[in-house]
Design a protein around this ligand. Structure first.
Ligand SMILES: *Cc1c(COP(=O)(O)O)cnc(C)c1O
Length: 341
C-alpha cells in the first residue's frame, strides 16, 4: 500500500482508558462522547467504533451530515445543531435532533415527532430555548430522551458555573425528559452535582487536560512526518521563507513533509519541536504550507525517509503556540493517514 508521508498515530488504548477514567469520574451518570468535527480531527468512525467497544452508548455530533456518516455503526447519535426543514427528509433512524428553538420544536411536532433531545440555554447565549420556555410548557408531550444545557466556562472557577448548574437543576421534573445532561470534560471535574444523568466529554477523551482531575488523561494523538531531505546549512545562511532563522553555526537540518496546510500552523515557526526518542529537535525557520525544517544536529542517525514525531502534548503545545487544545486537534488535515495502534 502506498502510504502518505504524514500520519497521525492514534493510541487506541489511551482513548479507551480516557473514556473509562471520565466514566468513573461521572459516578452513577452515564458517560457519552462528543465526536463532532470528525471526532475532534481523529476520524469520527475510528473513535466511535473504539468507544462503543469500551462501553460508550451516547454520541454527539454537530450536523446531520456527520450523523449520516456514522449511521451504519448503529450507535445512538444526537445532532447538536438542531433541525432545519431540509433535515427532516434524510434522517438516520439512530439519530435524534437536539431541538433548540421554538421553530424547531414546532417543525419536529409537525413532522411526526418521535424521540428527540432538547438544548436549554442557561448562559451561553448560543443554541437553545430558555428555561422560562421549558417552565411554560413548550416541551409538553414531546418524547424527550435528554434535556441538556452547556457550561460557559467549566475550565475556570467562576460563579457562572454554579448559577448555570442551579438554573438547570431547577428544570428537573418540569419537562418530559427521561435524562438530564450538563457536563462537558471540565464540567465532570466540577463535582457530583454537575453530573446529572449523562455527561458529554469531548476534548479530554482525546488527551485534553483542563483541570487537576484530568491528570490521569493520556495523550492519544501524535503527528508524525517523514523526512524528505537532510541537508547541511552553512553558518550565516538562512532557512525558509523570509529568512526568519539564520544558522549560528554549520547546521544539520531535516525537511519534514508537514506544513500549515496540515494544521501545523505558522505559530510553530521557530517554536515547535520534533522528537526522536529522547532527543528534542527544534523547528527552525518558518513553517511553510507543506514543509517544516527541524535542526537535527542532535540526531546524526536520522536520514531521508525516516519518521519523526512532533511534540504534541495538548496543554503544553497550547501554551507554546497560543492555539487552544481544541484547535490543535480539529485543525489536523486530510493529508494525514490516521493510524490506530
Ligand atoms: C463540544 C461539546 C461538548 C464537549 O465539550 P468538551 O469541552 O470538548 O468536553 C459537550 N456538549 C456540547 C453541547 C458540545 O457542543
Amino acid at each position: 500500500m502506498n502510504t502518505a508521508p504524514l500520519r497521525l498515530r492514534l493510541d487506541a488504548a489511551a482513548l479507551a482508558a480516557n473514556w473509562t477514567l471520565l466514566a468513573d469520574l461521572s459516578g452513577p451518570a452515564a458517560c457519552g462522547a462528543a465526536v463532532k468535527a470528525n471526532g475532534y480531527g481523529l476520524g469520527a468512525r475510528g473513535v466511535v467504533e473504539r468507544l462503543a467497544a469500551a462501553g460508550c452508548r451516547d454520541f454527539f455530533v454537530a450536523t446531520w451530515g456527520e450523523a449520516r456518516a456514522l449511521a451504519d455503526l448503529g450507535v445512538s447519535l444526537s445532532v447538536l445543531h438542531g433541525l432545519r426543514d431540509a433535515d427532516l427528509a434524510d434522517r438516520p433512524s439512530t439519530a435524534r435532533p437536539v431541538l433548540g428553538t421554538v421553530e424547531q420544536v414546532r417543525r419536529w411536532r409537525e413532522g411526526g415527532g418521535g424521540a428527540c433531545d432538547v438544548m436549554v440555554d442557561t448562559g451561553m447565549n448560543r443554541l437553545g430555548i430558555s428555561p422560562r420556555q421549558v417552565a411554560d410548557g413548550l416541551l409538553d408531550g414531546l418524547a424527550i430522551e435528554t434535556l441538556m444545557s452547556h457550561l460557559v466556562a467549566a475550565d475556570e472557577d467562576v460563579p457562572l458555573n454554579a448559577r448555570q448548574r442551579n438554573d438547570f437543576a431547577a428544570l428537573a421534573g418540569r419537562s418530559p425528559a427521561r435524562r438530564m445532561s450538563l457536563a462537558n470534560s471540565s464540567g465532570i471535574a466540577l463535582g457530583s452535582d454537575y453530573r446529572f444523568d449523562l455527561t458529554r466529554p469531548g476534548i479530554a477523551l482525546y488527551g485534553g487536560r483542563q483541570r487537576d482531575l484530568h491528570a490521569g488523561i493520556r495523550q492519544v494523538v501524535t503527528p508524525e512526518a517523514q523526512i524528505l531531505q537532510r541537508r547541511r546549512v552553512p553558518a550565516g545562511e538562512t532557512i525558509g521563507y523570509n529568512a526568519t532563522y539564520t544558522a549560528p553555526r554549520d547546521m544539520e537540518v531535516a525537511i519534514l513533509n508537514l506544513g500549515y496546510a496540515d494544521g501545523y500552523l505558522r505559530c510553530f515557526s521557530n517554536k515547535g519541536r520534533a522528537l526522536a526518542g529522547e532527543r528534542v529537535l527544534p523547528v527552525v525557520g518558518r513553517v511553510s504550507m507543506d514543509l517544516t525544517a527541524i535542526c537535527v544536529d542532535a540526531a546524526p542517525d536520522l536520514a531521508e525517509g525516516d519518521w519523526v514525531a512532533m511534540a504534541y502534548d495538548l496543554p503544553e503545545t497550547a501554551g507554546l503556540s497560543g492555539l487552544s487544545q481544541y484547535e490543535l486537534l480539529t485543525g489536523l488535515g486530510a493529508r494525514f493517514d490516521r493510524v490506530w495502534g
